[in-house]
Design a protein around this ligand. Structure first.
Ligand SMILES: [Zn+2]
Length: 349
C-alpha cells in the first residue's frame, strides 16, 4: 500500500529506526526490494532518479512501482523521486503519483554546478508549496555530496561542500521541508573513500551537531552504500576490474540512526551484487544465453543485500506498525500546520 514518506519517517522516528531508500531502474530491482521487504516485514522506500526515469521512459518505471504496491499490498511503500533538479521535474513526479519528491536545490538545474543558498531556498520552498498542497513529502539538500552518479553531482571528494549546521537550521526554517539531506563527506558511486573512512573524512560529528540543533527534522544520508569487500571480490574474481574502494561502514550509519537519520540511500551495493552475480554465471557457464539464467541469481543477490540493510537499519519487523494515512489527511495536516517542521522545539515530538 502506498504511504506518504513523511508518515513513514515520522513512524521511523517514533520507533528509533532508519528506512533504506533503494533505487529502481528495472523489474528485477523492484522485485528484489519488495521480496526483501516481505521477508523482513519492512516498510520501504523505492526511489527513482532522473536517470532511471529516462532509462525506463518514465511510464515503464511508474507501472512497475504500481505493480509492486498491488503484489505486496501489506508493505507500506513510498514512491520517491531521487534528486529532482528543478520544480518542473518534481511537478512531473507528483503528477505521475509519487508520494514524495526530492528537490535538490544544492545544485543548479544542470545537476552539476553548486548553487547559492538563496537559489536553494527559493526552489525548495516552491516545491514545498506545490507538494504539500497535494499531500506529497519533500526532501531537500543543503551542502553538496561528492562524486557523480547518472550525470548528477558536484564531483570532487565529498569534503568540498560540507553542510554548515547554522545554515541547515536556517534552511529548514525558510523552506518548511520534511526531510533534510546533509553532506558529511560521503559521495555517490562506488569510489567514496580511498581508505577506510575516519572522522576526518566521514564527519559524523557534523551530523550529530545538526541533529542537536534540529532534533525534530528527519535527516537523510545519501551516498551510503557500504561497498563491502566481498561484493567487490566477486566482481573481480570473475573478470571485473574494480579498483580498491571503501564505502560508509554500517556501524557509522547506525550511529547516524541514533542521531536523527531516518532515510538512508543505498544504490551502489545493489549494483555490485547484481553485476557480481551475472559475471559469475557467465564466467562459469559460458554456454548459457537465456537472460533469466543470470537475471534470477542477480535478483537473489540484490535481495540478500537489501534484506541485510533492512535488518541493519532496524526497519525489519516494522511493516505492520501503522496504517497508511489517506493523502487527504496529509493535505489537511500541512494546511493546518500540524505537520510543519519545528526546528526550535527541542525534543517536543
Ligand atoms: Zn543522492
Amino acid at each position: 500500500m502506498l504511504v506518504s514518506m513523511r508518515q513513514g519517517l515520522d513512524e521511523a522516528s517514533k520507533g528509533g529506526y532508519g528506512v533504506g531508500a533503494f533505487n529502481v531502474n528495472n523489474m528485477e530491482q523492484i522485485q528484489s526490494i519488495m521480496e526483501a521487504a516481505r521477508e523482513t516485514k519492512s516498510p520501504v522506500i523505492v526511489q527513482a532518479s532522473r536517470g532511471a526515469r529516462s532509462y525506463s521512459q518514465d511510464r515503464f518505471l511508474y507501472h512497475l512501482m504500481v505493480a509492486a504496491t498491488e503484489l505486496y499490498p501489506e508493505i507500506p511503500t513510498v514512491l520517491h523521486l531521487d534528486h529532482g533538479n528543478s520544480p518542473a521535474t518534481c511537478k512531473s513526479a507528483i503528477e505521475m503519483g509519487f508520494t514524495s519528491v526530492m528537490m535538490d536545490g544544492s545544485l543548479m538545474e544542470d545537476g552539476k554546478t553548486p548553487s547559492s543558498f538563496e537559489h536553494n531556498v527559493a526552489v525548495t520552498r516552491e516545491v514545498v508549496e506545490m507538494a504539500h498542497a497535494k499531500g506529497v513529502t519533500v526532501e531537500g539538500e543543503i551542502g553538496c555530496l561528492g562524486g557523480i552518479e547518472d550525470g548528477h553531482g558536484a564531483g570532487g571528494d565529498g569534503l568540498e561542500h560540507l553542510t554548515d549546521p547554522d545554515q541547515a537550521v536556517e534552511f529548514v526554517e525558510k523552506t518548511g521541508l520534511d526531510a533534510l539531506a546533509i553532506a558529511i563527506g560521503t559521495s555517490h558511486g562506488a569510489y567514496k573513500f580511498s581508505k577506510a573512512p575516519t572522522g576526518e573524512t566521514l564527519k559524523m560529528d557534523t551530523l550529530i551537531e545538526i541533529h542537536r540543533r534540529l532534533p525534530n527534522v528527519h535527516l537523510v544520508m545519501h551516498g551510503s552504500s557500504s561497498v563491502p569487500k566481498d561484493l567487490q571480490d566477486i566482481i573481480n574474481q570473475y573478470g571485473g576490474k574494480l579498483k580498491p574502494t571503501w564505502g560508509v561502514p554500517v556501524e557509522e550509519i547506525q550511529l547516524g540512526i541514533r542521531n536523527g537519520v531516518r532515510k538512508i540511500n543505498v544504490d551502489t551495493d545493489n549494483r555490485l551484487a547484481i553485476t557480481g552475480a551475472i559475471r559469475k554465471v557467465l564466467f562459469e557457464s559460458p554456454e548459457k544465453f537465456d537472460p533469466r539464467d543470470y537475471m534470477k541469481p542477480a535478483r537473489d543477490a540484490m535481495k540478500k543485500v537489501v534484506a541485510e540493510r533492512m535488518t541493519e537499519f532496524g526497519q525489519a519487523g516494522h511493516g505492520k506498525d501503522y496504517a497508511p494515512l489517506p493523502i487527504s489527511e496529509m493535505i489537511k495536516g500541512y494546511a493546518n500546520g500540524s505537520l510543519d517542521p519545528r526546528p526550535s522545539m527541542a525534543g517536543a515530538r
